[in-house]
Write a protein that binds this ligand. Structure first.
Ligand SMILES: Nc1ncnc2c1ncn2[C@@H]1O[C@H](COP(=O)(O)OP(=O)(O)OP(=O)(O)O)[C@@H](O)[C@H]1O
Ligand SMILES: [Mg+2]
Length: 224
């Protein structure tokens, strides 16, 4: 589903290019649930942003479902992202002025789905995740765990094949983290999504089938 072939990424910093990822080789099969771990600054977010089509490799190739997406233009990349990828952020990234329902609808708005249909599908996902009663509330009226569950609904509503999450429990207390983790496991069991979760949390890593460790921009080891 995901294949990185010699992916490197450098950022211009202080007038020179500083390498962050070094020729990453990584394959993740359809339906796999992978934990990505590594110390702060090792390059996890940089790698996830590439996997999510939010950023491009400096060199090397990224194949998503056999399409090389590193070479797509901005519009084509946005379309692939919308169809294939759901992304969950540590800080939820909900639009503060929109209700929970409207936030969940957003990927379908970009996809041009008619209003009644996108409302129906968004309500269904929110109800499935136990937030049916909260759909008219705005993010500030929701707890952190509820906000993250809304963000997960938004990531899922378009039925993407790939679900990516960058420290999805990083801003949550341990009880709420456990709930969100259970939700990711339930999604994985029911939906067959390919999932990559960045985490510092051992419980999250244990819940995944496979753990990939990154150190200083290299894949350090695979814990099988
Ligand atoms: N846009 C950018 N411009 C310049 N340097 C960047 C940029 N993004 C990341 N970096 C650098 O790349 C390195 C890796 O950052 P990254 O955010 O990928 O780490 P991380 O593993 O996600 O860390 P954390 O666990 O703290 O989230 C850091 O040294 C960071 O300063
Ligand atoms: Mg990070």
């Amino acid at each position: 589903m995901i294949r990185l072939a010699g992916v490197s990424k450098s950022f211009p910093t202080g007038g020179r290019l500083v390498p962050v990822l070094h020729e990453i080789q990584l394959e993740i099969g359809p339906g796999e649930m992978v934990a990505l771990v590594g110390s702060s600054g090792s390059g996890k977010t940089t790698l996830m942003n590439i996997l999510g089509g939010l950023d491009r490799p400096t060199s090397g190739q990224y194949f998503l479902d056999h399409q090389e997406i590193g070479r797509l233009d901005t519009r084509a990349l946005a379309r692939v992202r919308n169809v294939y990828i759901g992304f969950v952020f540590q800080s939820f990234n909900l639009v503060p002025t929109l209700t929970a329902l409207e936030n969940v609808e957003l990927p379908l708005v970009y996809r041009g789905v008619a209003p009644a249909e996108r409302r129906r599908r968004s309500t269904e996902v929110l109800e499935r995740i136990g937030l049916g009663a909260h759909q008219r509330l705005k993010p500030f009226q929701l707890s952190g765990g509820q906000q993250q569950r809304v963000a997960i609904c938004r990531a899922l509503v378009g039925n993407p094949r790939v679900l990516l999450a960058d420290e999805p429990t990083g801003n949550l207390d341990s009880g709420t983290s456990a709930e969100v983790l259970d939700l990711f496991q339930a999604i994985h069991q029911s939906g067959g999504h390919t999932m990559v979760l960045v985490t510092h949390d051992r419980a999250v890593a244990r819940a995944c089938q496979r753990t990939v460790e990154i150190a200083d921009g290299h894949i350090a080891q695979e814990v099988l």
